[in-house]
Design a protein around this ligand. Sequence first.
Ligand code: ZN
Ligand code: ZN
Ligand code: ZN
Length: 164
Amino acid sequence: MISSNNLTFKEELKVRGLRFTAQRKAVLDAIIQNDGKHLSSEEIYDLVKINSPEIGVATVYRTLMLLENMGFVHRIDLDDGKHRYEVSRNEEDHLHHHLICIQCGSIFEVKYDLLESLEDQILKENNFLVKNHSVKFYGFCGYCMKNSSSGEIIKPLTSRPLNR
Ligand SMILES: [Zn+2]
Ligand SMILES: [Zn+2]
Ligand SMILES: [Zn+2]
């Protein structure tokens, strides 16, 4: 989807009676060009503003909602109070998982689903067909693990509550 995204986006807008504008294109492009970074809506706004200084924050947020409704992007919630976005990937039936470092806040991706046997079991035992999931793992990244081996006590970031 990534290569022909703008063409498809143009067609989708037309279907909804909306215009394909440079501003709308810029919002999608910012997400495509920064895929894997899980940009927040604020970060996307800051990026788009560089080349489109006249764009308003409301336009960016409305475009993000539109892109999500159209299925071009996924909104992900990583428990930091921000709306983050990433490109929907055609090759993924189910959303990939995210690893969140509770020390430094870094976000990593697990590229594989790995949950197929659990999904089979849920279908058998709960008679429930899993269509998607949003899995977050909390822990320490390699960098923070290494730095903690000095005996320092690691205090989790208070802005990332674990039990929610
Ligand atoms: Zn799955
Ligand atoms: Zn870390
Ligand atoms: Zn991701």
